[in-house]
Ligand binder design. Structure first.
Ligand SMILES: *[C@@H]1O[C@H](CO)[C@@H](O)[C@H](O)[C@H]1NC(C)=O
Ligand SMILES: *[C@@H]1O[C@H](CO)[C@@H](O)[C@H](O)[C@H]1NC(C)=O
Length: 322
């Protein structure tokens, strides 16, 4: 009943030396092969308002869609123990290796070794394992994030995507199942304009460098051990025992087609900083898919969906009321 195919059509180009292996894959199947864009308010451009009409198997008009605006006044259960903290653990404490891909919609880092990055806690019924992480970001500083907090947008949002390997045989089945996925969202902010030295985030700096290898759509880059990402650097508070990882939790969907309502979301309340230089590496990414019309044709940036109605859903948090 689903349209996800995992068919890849590898056209392997050995660019440069064997040491510098760069693999290009025609990556058309990730969203079921039906074309869609991020163009808002343009009839016929296959943008978010039209997603549901593009493929009958998608759920983009459902009642539990993501992203949302987190209205902090309306968040339920501001209680430090309910839900309890998340636990993110990495087998062997190793940096994450795998493959980073420009699939035209988001720079996406696929974890090479399955089931090594585990998410638990937060009242999740099962442990979830990281499949990939990717970013949504703006063409300028005023937009970019998918989730907003009290109406505030952020220039870039990280999604770490985990799946329930206990109840589902594959990631694809989990993505369309009930509670099959858990996604951790981190909203980064730029330093204030009058502060010219931002603290450096090693993980983001590394990712920004890696992105230079996947500027073109459909390019892939194999990330070696020495280039690997320490996931705790991406979301510093998530693995720290003494500093609480405060978050907003709610039930929602994938923010890209097919918009399946399979996701337990954790929107982190801590906003690590990203530098202007790092975010430029994201904005340099090319895409023929993200926009069909308008000023950003050919670019990937502004790859965010607008916030969706809450429709009575409750948002829970472990944020303490002072
Ligand atoms: C919907 O899913 C069914 C079953 O997987 C598939 O046969 C059909 O082609 C899909 N429809 C579209 C429009 O992708
Ligand atoms: C920034 O991007 C937004 C969204 O595309 C646009 O509405 C706005 O005009 C842009 N601002 C500047 C200063 O370019």
């Amino acid at each position: 009943m689903h349209s996800k195919q995992s068919k890849l059509f590898p056209i392997i180009l050995f660019a440069g030396t064997a040491l510098f292996l760069k693999v290009h894959i025609a990556f058309s199947a990730e969203h079921g092969g039906t074309p869609w864009t991020y163009d808002r308010g343009i009839a016929g451009a296959k943008g978010p308002d039209e997603w549901e009409t593009l493929n009958g198997n998608w759920s983009c008009n459902g009642r539990k869609q993501s992203p949302i605006d987190v209205v902090t006044d309306q968040v339920m259960q501001k209680d430090p123990t309910n839900p309890p903290n998340l636990r993110l653990t990495v087998a062997g404490n190793k940096p994450i290796t795998g493959e980073i891909r420009n699939n035209g919609y988001a720079p996406t880092f696929f974890v090479g070794e399955e089931l090594t990055v585990k998410l638990a806690g937060g009242l999740l019924q099962e442990s979830y394992f990281m499949k990939q992480f990717h970013f949504h970001f703006g063409c300028n500083d005023t937009v970019g994030s998918e989730h907003t907090i009290d109406g505030n947008t952020y220039p870039i949002e990280l999604h770490m995507v985990f799946w329930d390997n206990t109840n589902y045989a594959t990631y694809e089945l989990a993505a369309q199942g009930e509670d099959g996925l858990a996604v951790v969202s981190v909203l980064y902010e730029l330093p204030m304009a009058n502060i010219n030295t931002a603290p450096t985030n090693n993980a983001l700096e590394k990712i920004a460098l890696l992105l230079n290898n996947v500027v073109d759509e459909n390019s892939n880059y194999v990330v070696t051990q020495s280039e690997g990402i320490h996931i705790e650097d991406l979301a510093p508070l998530l693995t720290s025992a003494d500093v609480a990882d405060r978050f907003y939790k709610y039930k929602g969907s994938l923010t890209t087609p097919g918009c399946y309502e399979s996701v337990t979301w954790f929107v982190m309340n801590n906003h690590p900083q990203i530098t202007e230089k790092e975010i430029m590496a994201f904005r340099n990414l090319k895409s023929s898919k993200a926009h069909a019309q308008g000023p950003n044709v050919g670019r990937m940036c502004n790859n965010f969906r607008n916030v969706m109605p809450l429709n009575g859903r409750q948002i829970h948090s472990n944020i303490v009321i002072e």
